[in-house]
Write a new protein. Structure first.
Length: 174
């Protein structure tokens, strides 16, 4: 196996591990709160959201698509938003049903192959409306959202969700 293929496999494994760790962190944060139950639902090969969260006493359900990385933008494909919408909309017994896009920009910024510089860790939790049409979207390190279609950017206005858990890294943009 060539050195280049090994490097790509290592990079892909690191990316998957970051994603798993972020999902696991979200699950642990919710499960530490009274009345909240969170579950990591599995691998991306199955048509499930990354995380399912419920509060039966408050009649709340969240489906979460979690993205984590070292770049300056994080991308969410439209089909991942659609699958979260399908799940959320199926649970009609819950009064509050939300699709949440959870972004974590790590404290190291990638500036080249294997090269990083320090920055502040940022977390954003954006609400995707249940009836809003799913599109490919991108979140920037500053929390700005935009639609990405055919290489063009269009501003996307998504509200922030103040989370029920404490996070010193959460940034509210609006």
């Amino acid at each position: 196996m060539s050195l280049l293929i090994k490097d790509y496999k290592k990079i892909a494994k690191t990316r998957r591990q970051r994603g798993y760790q972020w999902e696991d962190t979200l699950v642990k944060r919710f499960n530490s709160l009274e009345g909240w139950k969170a579950f990591r639902l599995g691998s991306p090969s199955v048509a499930l959201p990354d995380v399912l969260v419920v509060n039966n006493k408050k009649s709340v359900i969240f489906t979460i698509e979690a993205k984590s990385g070292t770049g300056t933008t994080l991308f969410v494909p439209y089909d991942q938003i659609e699958r979260c919408q399908r799940w959320t909309n199926n649970f009609e017994v819950y009064k509050t049903r939300k699709v949440i896009l959870a972004f974590k920009f790590l404290s190291k910024k990638r500036i080249g192959t294997g090269k990083y510089e320090r920055r502040k860790l940022h977390e954003f939790y954006k609400i995707w409306g249940n009836k809003k049409k799913a599109v490919n979207c991108v979140c920037t390190y500053n929390g700005e959202m935009y639609e990405s279609s055919n290489g063009e950017r269009k501003e996307l206005c998504l509200n922030d969700l103040p989370m029920p858990f404490k996070s010193k890294y959460q940034i509210i943009t609006k």
